[in-house]
Design a binder for this molecule. Structure first.
Ligand SMILES: Nc1ncnc2c1ncn2[C@@H]1O[C@H](COP(=O)(O)OP(=O)(O)OP(=O)(O)O)[C@@H](O)[C@H]1O
Ligand SMILES: [Mg+2]
Length: 318
């Protein structure tokens, strides 16, 4: 098995005037769970579609499992997955869907035992004989995952697989994906949930208007967050403000901030971690006790906003 499951160089894809992908490079090692994250319209689904061979890039090279993209699609032991929701037959039951897909794909074990094992894995054994028409979004997502697992692919491509899942369903899907990765399957998925990506992915790629602006371990992405906005609550807002204003490297922010009542006496400051820690020391030294002090958004979210330029827009809008 090649140690690199996916290698993309300079991938470009246009839809008319829209440049959906603009020179994308991507390396994913075998057995990795790799997350794609980015604002709406960043190009995640387009990139996943190219990996699945559903579309062809205008420029660039894309190797999937050691072969040019497209060649490994629909083969047993090749690439499987879905973009924009799984394609299922509404009038057929869950079990019938999997059997039908297995026979359509050929060379895939569609026996009742194999199908039931898959349904059990995604927690749908109890509804195996119900028509998919009546399935909830989360149930469809899980059946889509089971369908992708027919034929034991070595690369699994999933567009927002946790979308619509309740907490229990999400845990189950996470467990299935982690077990697959442990057994050597490579998984590339997109998600808007930073917590899901942190829990699941070895590495993430952050896309912004068709370009990769970060690729690497999630922890390294967090380090890109730079200066974080913090919310500070004390019993003496005016006193706290004057201490904050005298703390080197710290800026006191003005204007209304989201998620906070207008007059709860909280103060918003921005600066590097060291300055925020210095502020705590100075507050206590001045006899002011910080009741609450924490970042307004998580480090990962801040990195996302900073690297995709969304933070600047927020700033401009203020
Ligand atoms: N079939 C298509 N025809 C025309 N434009 C398209 C098509 N598919 C994608 N686009 C455009 O390409 C860009 C990237 O879209 P894409 O669906 O890949 O984004 P995404 O990152 O998956 O977004 P989301 O988070 O909303 O799912 C968008 O500007 C979109 O409008
Ligand atoms: Mg998408």
């Amino acid at each position: 098995m090649p140690s690199t499951a996916v290698r993309a160089r300079g991938l470009t894809k246009r839809f008319g005037d829209v440049v959906a992908l603009d020179g994308v490079d991507l390396d994913v090692s075998s057995g990795q769970i790799h997350g794609l994250v980015g604002p709406n319209g960043a190009g995640k689904t387009t990139l996943l579609g190219l990996l699945l061979g559903l579309a062809v890039a205008d420029h660039g090279q894309l190797e999937v499992l050691g072969a040019p993209a497209g060649e490994s699609l629909a083969l047993a032991g090749g690439v499987a997955g879905f973009v924009d929701g799984p394609g299922l037959y509404p009038s057929l039951t869950a079990r019938q869907n999997l059997s039908a897909l297995a026979s359509l794909r050929g060379r895939v074990d569609g026996s009742r035992d194999a199908v039931d094992e898959l349904l059990g894995r995604v927690g749908l054994r109890d509804v195996a004989d119900d028509p998919v028409r009546g399935f909830s979004l989360g149930m469809r997502q899980r059946l889509g995952l089971a369908a992708a697992l027919l034929g034991e692919p070595r690369l699994l491509v999933l567009d927002e697989p946790a979308n619509g899942l309740d907490p229990a369903g999400k845990r189950q899907v996470h467990r299935v994906l982690t077990e697959l990765a442990d057994s050597g399957v490579t998984i590339i998925l997109s998600s808007h949930r930073m917590d899901d990506l942190t829990a699941l992915c070895d590495e993430v790629s952050l896309l912004s208007v068709g370009r990769v602006v970060f690729s690497g371990p999630v922890q390294k992405l967090a380090a890109e967050s730079g200066e974080l906005d913090h919310r500070l609550v004390t019993s003496d807002p005016a006193g706290a403000r004057s201490v904050a204003e005298r703390t080197p490297g710290l800026r006191v922010l003005t204007g209304r901030r989201s998620g906070s009542p207008a007059d709860d006496g909280s103060l918003f400051v921005r600066g590097p971690q060291a300055s925020v820690e210095d502020l705590v020391v100075r507050l206590v030294g001045a006899g002011l006790v910080p009741r609450e002090l924490g970042p307004v958004v998580s480090q990962l979210e801040a990195a996302f906003l900073a690297l995709t330029g969304a933070a600047d827009e927020e700033e401009d809008a203020r």
